[in-house]
Structures are given as structure tokens and as C-alpha cells.
Design a protein around this ligand. Sequence first.
Ligand code: HEC
Ligand code: HEC
Length: 226
Amino acid sequence: MTAIETLRRILFAAMLAGCPLACASGDVIDLRSVGRVHGDATAGKAKATVCSACHGPAGVALVPTFPNLAGQNAQYVYWRLVAFKRGVDPDSPMTAQAASLDDVAMRDLAAYFASLPPAAGHATDDATMAGATIYRDGDPARGIPPCQGCHGSDARGRTDVDRNGHARLYPALRGQHAPYVANRLADLARDAAPRTSTQHVMAPIARTLDAASADAIGRWLEAGAP
Ligand code: HEC
Ligand code: HEC
């Protein structure tokens, strides 16, 4: 199977897994036809003081298990906040944080964090370059699709809209902390009942990665990717 065929199969499987649930129960947040998110980055900066305790004053978290938000796709940030506010993950510290945010605040915060430069990279070594190969080419023998197909060849995610005006919610991964990446991939892989259509896309992909591969990809991303 070629890498592109693997990707097509995963997309199709995700669609089958995601759609009937999304359409039937109302339990899954269906993000397949949402529009572009607009917010005021300057207003968002003023509202981000509380966030900086955990996500860092410039959106780069000091604790490596906490995610950087600097340079993240605004559409992805906004919908993650909406999902936390709707209680998709009651155990997350973000559930309490999102509870007090109104819709305008979530849009403004998303615009602000998207406007910040992503975390600076550092030197790579052989271990990190192993992650680059999987990121670019996947591993057809193990059913791993190329990550760049959705997260971009530069790992900055995709912020455009498709020809129907539907927003793409592929997060930026460049500069993200390796321990956060590994933990989030493990969470996605474990989650038997994802609560958003986007998690339904990523969960089966996360399941194709063993811990060593997830770690190598994370280290390469943290080093600053391509
Ligand atoms: C007490 C610490 C803490 C505070 C304060 C906090 N966060 Fe978080 N945030 C986290 C942790 C830990 C995660 C990752 C865990 C998870 O996904 O459940 C996270 C995840 C996120 C994510 C998802 C990131 C991704 O890459 O998927 C977004 C978006 C986010 N936070 C935005 C905010 C915003 C906006 C604020 C301020 C209003 C804020 N956070 C305040 C700890 C915090
Ligand atoms: C078919 C498209 C697609 C492919 C291919 C893909 N992803 Fe994703 N990925 C997504 C989507 C959509 C999300 C957003 C999930 C959500 O809403 O939480 C995501 C989320 C993630 C996250 C969580 C980011 C964060 O900030 O919390 C990580 C890490 C990730 N992907 C890594 C990978 C890796 C590594 C690969 C390659 C092995 C890969 N992805 C391939 C679509 C894809």
C-alpha cells in the first residue's frame, strides 16, 4: 500500500466512524462544516493573562507536558476551547478554565495565540531525524500515514478553508513540546469514544504509532521541524 492509499483509507475509516455518531447522537461535536474563526488579537492579549500561568507569557509553556499555544491554528484553538467548555474532558484542567470564557473571549484568545511566533527550535540529532522520516513519509508497512498530509510540510498546520468555505482544523505541531505530543498521542489512541469529529480523524492515526515513534516525532517537532 502506498502512503497516499494509507491516508485515504484512514480518512474513509474516520468518516465512517465519525459521521453516524455525529449525525445520530448529538454527542459528538461535528466540526466538518464550520466556517473560519475571526477574533481580535489585541483584545485577546488582554484576556490571556490567566492563561500565561500554564501556557507561558508568550504562549510557550514552561512545563513540557503543557502545550505551547504560540503560532497555533486559531480555528483549532477556538474549537478546542468550545469543546472543553462543553465538558468533553471533565478531568482536564482546561474544563474549569473554559467555563468562564464567553464566545467572544474564545475567538479573541484564539486570534491572539495564533498571532504569536511558535517556540524556537534547537539542534537535532539522529534520534530526532528518525521522527522526520515518519512525519514526511509515514510507514506504509505499519499503516502510519504521512503526518505532513494534514499538518503541513512545515508542520504549521493548515488554516485555510476548503472550496465550500469549511475551515480546516489541522493543528500546528512545529515547536510543540515532545512530552506533550507523546502524551496527547497516547490519550488520543486510548480514547474509545472521541467527542469531536476532528478527534475521530486523529484517534485511529494515533493508534498506529508505538511509543518510540511518537517520541521520535515529538522530539523532531520540538527541535523546530523542517
Ligand atoms: C492550570 C493550568 C492551565 C491554565 C491556567 C490554562 N491552561 Fe490551557 N491547558 C492546560 C493543560 C495541562 C492542557 C493540556 C491538557 C489537556 O489537553 O487536557 C491545556 C490545553 C489547552 C488547549 C489545547 C491545546 C492543544 O494543543 O490542543 C488550549 C487551546 C488551551 N489550553 C487554552 C487555554 C487558554 C486560552 C487559557 C486561558 C483562558 C488556558 N488554556 C489556561 C493547562 C492550563
Ligand atoms: C487525516 C489528517 C491527519 C493526519 C494524516 C495526521 N493528523 Fe494529527 N491531527 C489531525 C486532526 C484533525 C487533529 C485535531 C484533533 C483534535 O481536534 O483534537 C490532529 C491532532 C494531532 C495532535 C494533537 C495536537 C495538539 O496540539 O494537541 C498531534 C500530536 C498529532 N495530530 C500528530 C500527528 C502525527 C504524529 C501524525 C502522523 C503520524 C498525524 N498527526 C497525522 C489530523 C491528522
